[in-house]
Design a protein around this ligand. Structure first.
Ligand code: ZXY
Ligand code: CA
Length: 512
């Protein structure tokens, strides 16, 4: 009977809502624009040992080479074919990455760009990352193959053929997103080409997909496609495991399309999460951390078991896109670490950590005119290797937020606290807050302009704990601050508002 119940529970968990991360791992990291060779190394030398569950990779399929501007990051969102052949590497390198990452329990999540191909106005040629020919004028992509009847030409009712009004659900789905040639996803031959592409990736060993521009695809078409995907490769995953699917639906309200339409298909990105938390941590519009007491569904977010959450992504970290100026990024490092720390400590949602390359921000009339700049690269266009410095940070223009001690240690905190409810919430009515995760972990923030000095009920067993923000436990010692929990579970927290990082986190695996 109990065995039956267990099997049933396992059965429920092997659906498309399950992130498929290995046991005890709870977050993924987006290694934006990284080369497959570098990701393979990172899985083995850092992500596996530090408890990361997976990597969201940049689109692996062949894309248009954009020369004006010169090789922007967004060229990878203009597909030319489904050959695995990009600036990140070729198919052999891709297979090697998937194998090596899977073998250390770090799974690969592919950014799937299936709503469209390249822009309508790019003409014809073979200026693509694998040299495949295209003729945008004739809507011809022979390497897939796609031709005229595979695109939404007649269905779109706008004068320009582009999306003109985001309040009109029909045009958001059937017209071109910024002139990108829009695929007719109800067409069986289009579905078959996409399914072949995704199944090839599944058979290689990937664990799931981020569906780019899901808002621009009909939920019924997405459902039809993912229902025909293979189960995951049994070399690494249990028999019958469904691919994890999370859909990029940017819904901050006020448009003709709601995230709710996608919740039954798979998980969905909750863009309100980073937009709102950015405002709270920046203390904009009268927001305070005390209001985070009912963070999650209490803030009218989607259900926790449907949400993928993040502080920033590759698009909105550039000051545009969903959330605009409130989004925190590595550029506001002190506040950013607090926001990521809060996210990873809080039980809501499945968490994704951003890992960026840097670029010279240049604001003109409030807009960063360098928002297009692509990854660190050489003059011939090839992407620079991610070098690792003596102090474990990255070089060559790679920011590697996921390697920042505070963020890496909070990824571990989340793993340790997995399955524990939020407990012992405390706040001062302003911007000093604290909460626990069962009797496993406790975190305290001081985002006020004065020193915090309070004694709080942590719920933790008595003992001496290493703060994993100012340091960590190493060789049975703390490299940073120590926190003493007394036999009644209480501990004193003194956090200066001018501390390098005005927050403290402890958990049972960091107990001396
Ligand atoms: N791009 C520049 C120039 C071309 C690319 C731009 O100014 N675009 C217009 C505003 C951003 O709109 C885009 C959205 O999603 C995309 C876009 C895109 C998805 C793609 C390829 C794209 O341009 O070019 O696969 C978008 C859609 C929404 C929404 C907000 C933004 O509410 O429904 C960009 C590229 C942005 O800025 C981009 C690219 C890939 C993404 C993404 C944004 O996954 O989220
Ligand atoms: Ca579409």
């Amino acid at each position: 009977m109990t065995l039956l119940l267990l099997l049933l529970l396992l059965g429920i968990c092997t659906c498309q809502f399950n992130p498929n991360v290995a046991c005890g791992r709870t977050s993924i990291v987006h290694l934006f624009e990284w080369r497959w060779d570098d990701i393979a190394e990172e899985c083995e030398r850092y992500l596996g040992p530090n408890g990361f569950g997976g990597v969201q990779i940049s689109p692996p399929n062949e894309n248009l080479i954009v020369t004006n501007p010169s090789r922007p990051w967004w060229e990878r969102y203009q597909p030319i074919s489904y050959k695995i052949c990009t600036r990140s590497g070729d198919e052999e390198q891709f297979r090697d990455m998937v194998t090596r990452c899977n073998n250390v329990g770090v799974y690969i999540y592919v950014d799937a760009v299936i709503n469209h191909m390249c822009g309508a106005g790019v003409g014809k040629g073979n200026s693509s990352t694998c040299g495949s020919p295209y003729n945008a004028d004739e809507r011809s992509f022979p390497s897939v193959p796609y031709s005229l009847h595979d695109f939404n030409e007649k269905k779109c009712k706008t004068g320009s053929g582009n999306i003109e009004n985001y309040g009109d659900a029909d045009q958001v789905r059937d017209c071109r997103l910024v002139s990108l040639l829009d695929l007719a996803l109800e067409n069986e031959s289009v579905r078959a080409s996409i399914i072949d592409y995704l199944n090839m990736l599944i058979d290689i060993g990937v664990a799931g997909f981020r569906l780019d521009a899901a808002k621009h695809m009909w939920p019924g078409d997405i459902q039809a496609i993912i229902s025909r995907l293979n189960n995951l490769n049994t070399q690494w995953f249990p028999n019958g495991t469904r691919p994890f699917v999370f859909q990029e639906v940017i819904d901050l309200g006020g448009e003709g399309i709601s995230v709710k339409e996608y919740l039954s298909i798979g998980r969905v990105t909750e863009f309100k999460y980073g937009a709102k938390l950015g405002k709270v941590i920046r203390k904009w519009e009268g927001e305070k951390m005390a209001y985070l007491k009912n963070w999650g569904e209490g803030w009218s977010f989607i259900p926790t078991d449907r949400a993928v959450v993040f502080i920033d992504n590759h698009d909105n970290q550039r000051g545009h896109g969903a959330g605009g100026a409130s989004i925190l990024t590595f550029s506001d490092a002190r506040l950013y670490k607090m926001a990521v720390g809060f996210m990873l400590a809080h039980p809501y949602g499945f968490t994704r950590v951003m890992s960026s390359f840097s670029w010279p921000r240049n604001y003109v009339n409030g807009k960063d005119i360098n928002d297009w700049i692509g990854p660190p690269s050489y003059n011939n266009g090839s992407i620079k290797i991610v070098t690792i410095n003596e102090d474990t940070t990255c070089g060559n223009g790679w920011v590697c937020e996921h390697r920042w001690r505070q963020i890496k240690n909070m990824v571990i905190f989340r793993n340790v606290a997995n399955g524990q409810a939020l407990t012992n919430w405390w706040d001062n009515g302003e911007n000093q807050v604290a909460f626990g995760r069962g009797n496993i972990g406790f975190i305290v923030f001081n985002n006020d302009n004065w020193t915090m000095d309070v004694t709080l009920n942590t719920g933790l067993p008595a003992g001496t704990y290493c703060d994993v923000i100012s340091g960590e436990k190493k060789d049975a010692q703390c490299t940073g601050r120590q926190i003493t929990v007394s036999s009644n579970g209480k501990a004193n927290f003194k956090i200066s508002n001018s501390a390098e990082d005005p927050f403290v986190a402890i958990h049972i695996n960091a107990k001396l």
